[in-house]
Every structure is written in C-alpha cells, then in structure tokens.
Design a protein around this ligand. Structure first.
Ligand code: DAS
Length: 367
C-alpha cells in the first residue's frame, strides 16, 4: 500500500518540477554543479529515525504510523542522483514522541562518525516533527563538527497526495551540501526555511509552514537557485557527551493559577531526580506554594532551572515576593535565558555530564 501511495504523489508532477529546479540550480551557482561526474558529487548520509515523513496510513490501526525506511524516503525524491551521493543509516523507525535521550545519543554518535569521514559533506536526520527541535538542539550541543547536521521532517505522511517529505528531504540535502552551511551547526529545514536548532520551534499542529524561530526568523531559505543565508546563529556551544553516557533524570513542571507543589513533591519523593526544569509564568515567577516545594528540591541539592511559558523573551530575577524571580535566585535556581522548557531540559541533561553546581550550570545557560 505504501508504495502505491508514494507513487501516486510522484505522478502528480513533482518529478517534472524537480527537473526544472535542478536545471535552474545548475546554472545559478547553487550546490548543484553542472556536468559533475557521479563519483565527484558530495556525499550526504541520511540518518533515518521515523516520524510522519516515514509514515503511511495503517488501515488496521486507523491512523498514520512510521513504516518507510530511509532508503524508501530517498527513492521518493526524484533527481537526487544529480546533486549528491546518498548513503542511508536506519537508526530507528519511531514516532518522535518515542524518541529518548538514549536515541539522541545514538543519532549524535552516528552523526559524529559520519561527519568525521573526509568524503562526507553533511548528514541529514529524518525525524518526526513533534520532538524534532529537542533532537536538533541535542545534536547542536554535542556533534561538534564544522560540517552541518540537518534535521528534517514532514507534516503530511508519505502516503498522502500532498506529502511534503520528499521536497523537504531534497531541501535538507541541498542545505547539507551547501558550502555556506559550514559552521552553522545543526539546522532544521522544512517548507523551504532554514532555522537554527537553538531557536526553532514547531508553531502549528497541522500546517506545513510550522517551524519558526519566534522573535528571530529563519537563518535562510532553500530557493529555486539554491541555498541563501541572511544571518548566522551566535548562541552556539559544544558540550562533550560521551556516546555511552548515562543522561540523568530531569523532569519538567509547570506553573499555573493555583499550582500548589504537589507534583514537585511527588517527583521528589520518587527519588533519582538529577534536575528539575520549571515552566514559570512571565519573566520567571511562580505561585508561592509551588515555590515552597522548589525550596525542598533545592535543599536536596538538585539543580532547578527556570524557564517561562511565554513564547518569546528570557527569564530574569526582576520581581520580589515569595515565588518571584528574586526569591528563586536566592535559593540558587538557574535562569534559562530564552530557552523553552523542553530545550532547557536538553541543555541541563548535557550540562549535568560536567557539573551539578548551579553557578557553573548558570554560566552554561548564559553562553
Ligand atoms: N508522528 C509525529 C512524530 O513522529 C508527527 C510528525 O512527525 O510530524 O513526531
């Protein structure tokens, strides 16, 4: 069934459009050189992990589920053989809601190994969109190569007539081989936009125009004549995380009207907590009762990181009163700058490999 549906999309004229694009790009100095022999084309390694980009409709289950391999995703992109030599590594085939820190480590190690090969220009990670930005940020922190790692997904499953996966995958490969992508770290490419891993977030549940960098905008675009950048990410850092590392247990809790700290006390009582990320309100303020519970977490020596449920802007100790930013600073909480809770958790997990000292963790969040 999947084959039939994928081929139905190809018959829809995408292949013809691709030939026009490839021809245009060949003459306009993009990453598609004219008249280059196949063996001289850049090599891109696809690390396939699943997600909607690899999903087809499962009649028995009544919904979409990952089914296609990385090889099948590559085969659905017409004309790839004129721009890159593509190799595929199947790392997983899961919905990205089932990505785990252990899988992040596996993807990061594979990316590092592949980028260390002199013949590899870049890697492309195919991924579900739900947690794509977490994996992308982990890779940005840990891969440590000048060559790009591109993370790509799709909003329409491969079995749909308007599947956006093949076009997005083509754009991701073009971005991976573009010389201008060097030094940009891990990039997220969907819907023709190129975003920095630290800044990008999914903003719409269904629309194909979903990955945005609120407050900042895209770094660049994949256009008919090639990849074009307008700015570079400044807030990048490398944290060494060994492939066999044990990433700790870091939970996320949220502030809301009437938050009384019961969830925090429950998490603390279970034991084994290595860190806590709090999704505060506004510039970083909490209900007083939630603050009381956080004092217990801090008294146990566990790092606490303050983020906000507001979509743009940073957290800062600005207000006084029990639960305010000033009191959170007094008990040794770390302020996450403008990272959202799920990315603050990624950074905290990586930082905890080096230290659990709040001052040192604060310095890492300030970079
Ligand atoms: N199936 C979801 C996921 O794997 C959604 C998607 O990929 O767009 O994240």
């Amino acid at each position: 069934m999947s084959e039939t549906r994928v081929h139905r999309r190809e018959r829809g004229g995408w292949a013809a459009a691709w030939m026009v694009l490839a021809g245009l790009a060949a003459g306009l100095g993009s990453s598609i050189p004219a008249g280059v022999a196949a063996q001289d084309l850049p090599t891109v390694v696809i690390l396939s992990t699943g997600g909607t980009i690899a999903s087809v409709y499962d009649d028995a289950a009544g919904g979409f589920a990952p089914a296609l391999t990385g090889e099948q995703l590559v085969q659905a992109v017409p004309g790839l053989d004129t721009i890159a030599r593509v190799e595929v590594v199947q790392v997983a085939n899961v919905a990205s809601t089932n990505m785990t820190p252990a899988l992040w480590l596996a993807v990061s190690a594979a990316a590092r190994d592949m980028l260390a090969r002199p013949d590899v220009a870049g890697v492309v990670v195919t991924h579900g969109t739900d947690t794509l930005e977490e994996t992308a940020y982990f890779l940005d922190l840990t891969v440590g190569s000048d060559k790009p790692a591109i993370v790509v997904g799709a909003q329409r499953a491969a079995s749909e007539p308007d599947a956006d996966g093949p076009g997005n995958l083509r754009d991701a490969i073009l971005t991976a081989i573009a010389p201008a992508s060097r030094g940009m770290g891990t990039l997220v490419v969907l819907n023709g936009e190129i975003h920095a891993a630290r800044e990008v977030t999914k903003t719409h549940t269904l629309n194909v125009d979903t990955f945005k960098s609120p407050g900042f905008g895209a770094l660049g675009f994949v256009e008919p004549d090639g990849v074009r950048y307008y700015r570079a990410p400044l807030r990048r850092q490398h944290l060494e995380v060994a492939p066999g590392a044990r990433l700790g247990r870091v939970e996320i809790v949220t502030n809301y009207a009437g938050a009384d700290g019961r969830v925090v006390r429950g998490v603390l009582a279970q034991g084994g907590l290595d860190g806590l990320v709090v999704e505060a309100s506004g510039v970083g303020n909490l209900a007083s009762d939630l603050f009381d519970a956080l004092e217990e977490v801090r008294a146990a020596g566990i790092p606490v990181v303050i983020t906000t449920r507001v979509h743009t802007g940073r957290t800062l100790p600005l207000y006084a009163g029990r639960g305010s930013g000033v009191t959170l600073r007094e008990i040794g909480c770390v302020f996450a700058d403008n990272l959202p809770p799920h990315k603050a958790r990624v950074l905290l997990l990586a930082a905890l490999q080096r230290t659990s000292d709040p001052a040192e963790i604060q310095a890492i969040f300030a970079r």
